[in-house]
Design a protein around this ligand. Structure first.
Ligand code: G6P
Length: 371
């Protein structure tokens, strides 16, 4: 069993390390002459051109990957994107027709709520594209098009490498749509298309923060709660960081959009409370970065212990970071691929320090096939 875990105590830690490979395998083979090819496509290019609205439906971490996708697809394709928990989508009366694309994201391809959401969408004549890690699972079988994530089997109940692969696959969906329909930002899309191919290497470098994160986690293992703040694509990263900590360490953890701080969460700040802040790219939109800087200042002034995930070379955050974790500088939209990784390690290491089984958190199942 030790060999299966690649020398690690837990599968999850091995799976965190496998992320560069999971990404490379997911991206491989999809780039053809400046175009993105899907794995299975029972849809014509014309169908993709006629799409006028996208829904991403998923549960758990897969839902967070969908939240990331919204920022990319809306920007690249100028298409409205709604991201919905599958369990909510199917019980509403969502407005769907044949020009709606529903992207169903699921590691297992068997999650009951996501599968039912797919069925509901198809009954309404919407087109369904599955992003799935399991060949031939029910969700891809019932979809019009499929993009497989090639993260390999994921044993840890809390998703890590499958989540990163889902984000990458969702970007591919966005680029495929941009390719079929055209984009308002051809230069940027071309740049991000190429930068995506460099992401396995960038994620490999983030793994180098593991020692620092482990030390930090050991010092915070007795905290009552941890808050996570982010803006733009950093917001879903904050939600994912909080989910990981709840799942694994049974610690109260909440992710917030940093801009909402003054609308409630700031009331939770007390002396010593650890707050993880996911900084946006310092190369990207300057306003995003400076707004988050002032958020850190506000919480630090109220006694929070700030843990800042920022890009290498971002010296502006240093004075406000009680702990600074540096990740490679990448473009704004691709940043979740690097900034999520330290948060996965953080949650796993806190859980370990608290003596919990990181692979099999209590009350949770790898795949929820009942509603
Ligand atoms: C469970 C797992 C999560 C996963 C979610 C959705 O809650 O513990 O890690 O994100 O199901 O699973 P799916 O297979 O649909 O991606």
């Amino acid at each position: 069993a030790a060999a299966e875990k690649g020398g690690h105590e837990y599968f999850m830690l091995k799976e965190i390390e496998e992320q560069p490979e999971a990404l490379a395998n997911t991206l491989r083979g999809h780039f053809a002459d400046g175009r993105i090819v899907l794995d299975e496509q029972r849809l014509a290019d014309q169908d993709l051109r006629e799409i006028d609205k996208v829904f991403v439906v998923a549960c758990g971490s897969a839902y967070h990957s969908g939240l990331v996708a919204k920022y990319a697809i809306e920007h690249w394709c100028r298409l409205p994107v709604e991201v919905e928990l599958a369990s909510e989508f199917r019980y509403r009366d969502p407005v769907l027709d044949r020009d709606t694309l529903v992207v169903a994201v699921s590691q297992s391809g068997e999650t009951a709520d996501t599968l039912e959401a797919v069925r509901h969408a198809r009954e309404q004549k919407a087109r369904v594209l599955a992003v799935c890690n399991t060949n031939g699972a029910q969700i891809p079988r019932e979809s019009d098009a499929v993009l497989y994530t090639h993260a390999g089997p994921e044993i840890g109940v809390a998703s890590t490498k499958a989540f990163l692969a889902q984000i990458a696959a969702n970007y591919l969906v966005g680029l495929a749509l941009a390719g079929a329909r055209g984009t308002k930002y051809p230069d940027e899309v071309a740049r991000e298309f190429h930068e995506l191919e460099a992401m396995p290497e960038a994620v490999g470098r983030v793994l180098g923060t593991a020692g620092q994160v482990r030390e930090l986690a050991a010092g915070l293992a007795d905290s009552k709660a941890v808050l996570f703040l982010g803006r733009h694509v950093g917001y879903p990263v904050a939600l994912e960081g909080a989910l990981k900590l709840k799942e694994l360490a049974y610690m109260h953890a909440e992710g917030f959009a940093a801009g909402e701080l003054k609308h409630g969460p700031i009331a939770l700040i007390e002396e010593g409370l650890p707050v993880v802040v996911v900084m946006p790219s310092s190369k990207g939109r300057a306003t995003l970065h400076s707004k988050l800087l002032s958020n850190i200042r506000e919480i630090q002034a109220r006694g929070a212990q700030t843990i800042v995930i920022a890009q290498e070379g971002d010296e502006t955050v240093r004075p406000f970071a009680d702990h600074l974790i540096e990740v490679p500088a990448v473009s704004t939209l691709l940043q979740p691929l690097v900034s999520t990784v330290p948060l996965q390690i953080f949650a796993a290491e806190i859980a370990k320090a608290r003596g919990y089984d990181v692979d099999k958190p209590r009350n949770l199942a790898k795949s929820v096939t009942v509603e």
